[in-house]
Ligand binder design. Structure first.
Ligand code: GAL
Length: 805
């Protein structure tokens, strides 16, 4: 069989078995060598690894001897500057990816690090070996990194491969010639990740190789993965017109006859006629096709097609969705149908694991938000990870994929272009955002840069819409040239009092301009807390008297109380200004860093609608009541005297959220009357009486939902309930219960975990001052709960037992 006929596309995951060194090495590896492939040291094989430290020919050997009195080692040192050390210097730890080294580093009280999560910056080294067979030599070998935080240097086999700047883009190296095959020895891969060079954001960004690493193998005659493109051109009643583009590279030394085919699931939708491609040349193919009865991708029906591009020697499969996008002053239209965007903004971290999220954790996060009724997600303020794109594709979430920084330096433009090329087919992407609140937005300088960025997107992506998430000013001043670059002008916090009438004035002055509300609320609250407490850095869920813009506890009426805006203000602003298209709440989950309105010892934000573990706070149910139909009701506060705020008359405010019109409050069985919900809520002012707080929701006099909160009894046990089971990880909610199995709220007991069938990766509890580091088996509950993240063993069922101390 001739070589070209072998179909090869293999992706080998390199996440396992890395050695990690925290901090700079005593002798950092050099980047340039005086002789090829001769850097040596940690960049090459050590004494206990197969293969030579430096490959030297017979002539080379002779020469080295001549220049160093017969001592080749000395010759290498003198001539090539080779690092001759043959052991790993310092302490190296065995780890698997994804890995965020900052999670295991102690917190520090340094005001300059507060926003970034109060962890020191440093350098980390990752080293791994891998073997390739002789047969693999006939293919192309690509080393692919999904993301390294941050400035990354990469070495292979004694050679400096190159550098990557941003922590938020993927990057690859073609190592076909530089790899070792068969008995040439093992391959030594070294990565240096440096976070000391400056942050890219004002939040916790993590550190190290925090996403997957892959080794890709491709035939010499192959499809260019990024150029394989399928997109929706037009939808009619029962048909979809699709555009197809693809490119074939012939890296072989023979003429190749190529006839690509494209399939959607099992249906062949395009067959190109034979084309001859000369050695080392590429050829582009393009056509339009029409298909009948397409299954459209929508949030309710996230129909993902497998689009397969195929030639004899290669194939590429990508997720694909058939849909069209439009945005006008009437909002967003998917397939011609208007959707109000019920969105959240989200960074990419999670309790305990920091930024080292695998697909399971991303799936869990998306599911928690989907259950609240979210249909849109803004990946703030960076490109969406592969895992997020995949989850949004599958769960039907409309994505704003955000570029970092309004800068057109060649490498930033390149990062944007590579990301657009790779990700443009994901069904979930509807928008590219070029920026967030950049100071140079709406200036002539910013206009030039925006032009370059939007051109870069439009050149490569014919479907999606472009927005910028811009800073508002009370006068509504925008630069007319700047906004011409955008399909939609995004404005952050249009509903916030401190922003004045900015957004409304822009709309008045530009009535035809499509506008979107790209960031909202920034409402801070601490799960399970109904009293402001400065010492413990806690915010009342009813609305805090800490301010976004002024220090300390404030008085009613002061600006910025409780955050940028209360949830009620956000949704009522949208109702009054439907041209805004929807909302993107800041944020879905609490995140590390930016502990506003507090400082040290708070280490995480409290803007989340759910906490760092994904446990909902009270206002989760306010949004759920607005955005979902399944009858639900939620009541607040907790029903323990010491946990609640009383008014001047010694009374307690009880509030319930429900999507049902008629609800009734009971305290210890006594009714406080039925009420009709307004804005999906009703409230009562009552005397506190220990026992049972219960709210019942009725439809046509039938009970359709009910909820209750009980005054604490003694905790008798902490139960571990599996709340999510993924491919690699299970998540357990640890919850204090009393003798009757009822939740005991407000307790912060310390427990000890015993895990069977898996390994505790980490735990979290949502307490904004929880400074636990590492994967200790001892966990403290917060407001009655904590989360255990367990890596499962291959075959076992995971069991977690929580023992009270
Ligand atoms: C916004 C910003 C976010 C976050 C938020 C906090 O202005 O875009 O990244 O800092 O404020 O309220």
């Amino acid at each position: 069989m001739s070589r070209e006929l072998i179909i090869v596309f293999k992706k080998i995951n390199l996440n396992k078995s890395w050695s990690f060194h925290y901090g700079e090495l005593e002798n950092p590896p050099r980047k340039t060598a005086k002789k090829a492939a001769a850097l040596g040291g940690v960049t090459a094989s050590l004494s206990d690894e197969a293969g030579p430290r430096v490959s030297v020919s017979a002539g080379g050997n002779h020469f080295l001897k001549l220049i160093a009195q017969g001592d080749t080692e000395q010759g290498l040192k003198n001539l090539a500057g080779t690092d001759l050390s043959d052991k790993l210097p310092g302490n190296w730890e065995k780890i698997n990816l994804p890995h965020d080294w900052k999670r295991n580093v102690s917190y520090i009280n340094d005001p300059e690090e507060l926003m970034s999560g109060s962890k020191p910056d440093n350098v980390g080294y990752y080293r791994r070996t891998f073997d390739l067979s002789d047969e693999q030599k006939q293919n192309q070998t690509i080393l692919h990194f999904e993301g390294v935080m941050r400035m990354a240097d990469v070495w292979l086999n004694g050679i400096y491969l190159g550098h990557n700047n941003s922590g938020y883009n993927h990057f690859s190296f073609d190592i076909s010639e530089l790899a070792h095959y068969g008995n040439e020895g093992t391959n030594v891969l070294l990565v240096r990740a440096d976070t000391t060079t400056g942050a890219e954001g004002w939040w916790y960004e993590g550190a190290g190789i925090y996403r997957d690493v892959w080794l890709e193998e491709r035939n010499l005659v192959s499809l260019d993965s990024d150029k394989a493109y399928l997109y929706t051109k037009e939808l009619t009643k029962n048909t979809a017109k699709l555009g197809i583009e693809l490119e074939v590279d012939n890296n072989s030394n023979q003429v190749q006859v190529i006839a690509p085919k494209v399939h959607l699931n099992d249906l062949t939708i395009a067959e190109f006629p034979d084309i001859e491609i000369k050695p080392y040349q590429s050829h582009k193919f393009a056509t339009d096709v029409e298909i009948s009865n397409p299954k459209l991708w929508t949030p309710e029906t996230p129909n993902c097609y497998h689009a397969k591009f195929e030639i004899k020697s290669d194939q590429i499969t990508k997720n694909f969705g058939i849909h069209t996008f439009k945005y006008t002053t009437a909002g967003f239209f998917l397939n011609g149908k208007n959707y109000q965007l019920h969105g959240i903004c989200e960074h990419q971290d999670f309790g305990g694991v920091g930024t080292a999220l695998n697909q399971d954790i991303v799936d869990y996060k998306v599911k928690v938000m989907k259950k609240m009724g979210v249909n849109a997600w803004r990946s703030t303020h960076h490109f969406a990870s592969e895992e997020l794109l995949n989850a949004c594709d599958r769960f039907g979430i409309i994505l704003i994929d955000e570029n970092r920084l309004l800068e057109s330096s060649p490498w930033r433009v390149d990062d944007l272009e590579q990301t657009v090329l790779r990700d443009r087919m994901h069904p979930s992407i509807a928008f590219w955002s070029i920026s967030n609140e950049e100071l140079i937005g709406n200036t002539t300088f910013g206009t030039r840069i925006a032009k370059k960025l939007t051109r870069t997107i439009r050149k490569n992506d014919y479907e999606h819409l472009i927005i910028g998430a811009e800073l508002l000013n009370p006068e509504g001043i925008v630069d007319s040239d700047y906004i011409k670059n955008l399909d939609i002008l995004g404005v952050n916090y249009p509903e916030a009092g401190v922003m004045g009438a900015g957004a409304k004035l822009i709309h008045q002055n530009n009535p035809e301009l499509p506008m979107m509300s790209t960031e909202n609320a920034s409402y801070f609250s601490t799960r399970g807390i109904y009293k402001d407490n400065e010492e413990l850095r806690q915010c009342n869920n009813f609305g805090s008297y800490f301010s976004m813009v002024l220090p300390g506890l404030r008085k009613p009426g002061d600006p910025g109380l409780g955050g940028t805006a209360h949830p009620e203000e956000v949704l009522s602003y949208l109702k009054e200004n439907p041209y805004m298209g929807g909302v993107f709440l800041w944020t879905g989950f609490d995140y590390y860093g930016e502990p506003s309105p507090f400082n040290w010892p708070a280490i995480s934000s409290q803007f989340g609608i759910a906490d760092l573990c994904g446990f909902p706070k009270d206002y989760y149910y306010y949004y759920q009541a607005h955005w979902t139909k399944e009858p639900m009701v939620h009541v607040m506060p907790s029903w323990n005297k010491s946990e609640i705020t009383f008014d001047q008359n010694g009374k307690v405010l009880v509030k319930a959220f429900s999507n049902v019109k008629e609800i009734e409050l009971f305290i210890n069985g006594q009714s406080f009357g039925k009420k009709e919900t307004q804005d999906c809520q009703a409230s009562w002012t009552v005397d506190f009486e220990p026992g049972e707080l219960k709210v019942v929701a009725y439809q046509n006099d039938k009970v359709v939902a009910e909820t209750k909160r009980l005054t604490n009894k003694t905790t008798t046990k902490v139960v571990a309930n599996e709340i999510f089971s993924g491919k690699e990880i299970d998540l357990f909610e640890l919850k204090a219960i009393d003798e009757n199995g009822n939740f005991v709220e407000g307790v912060n007991d310390q427990i000890r975990l015993e895990v069977d069938g898996g390994k505790l990766v980490n735990s979290a509890n949502g307490n904004p001052i929880n400074q636990t580091v590492g994967n200790s088996q001892t966990v403290k509950l917060f407001s009655g709960k904590a989360l255990a993240i367990v890596q499962k063993n291959d075959v076992d069922t995971v069991k977690v037992e929580a023992k009270m101390n």
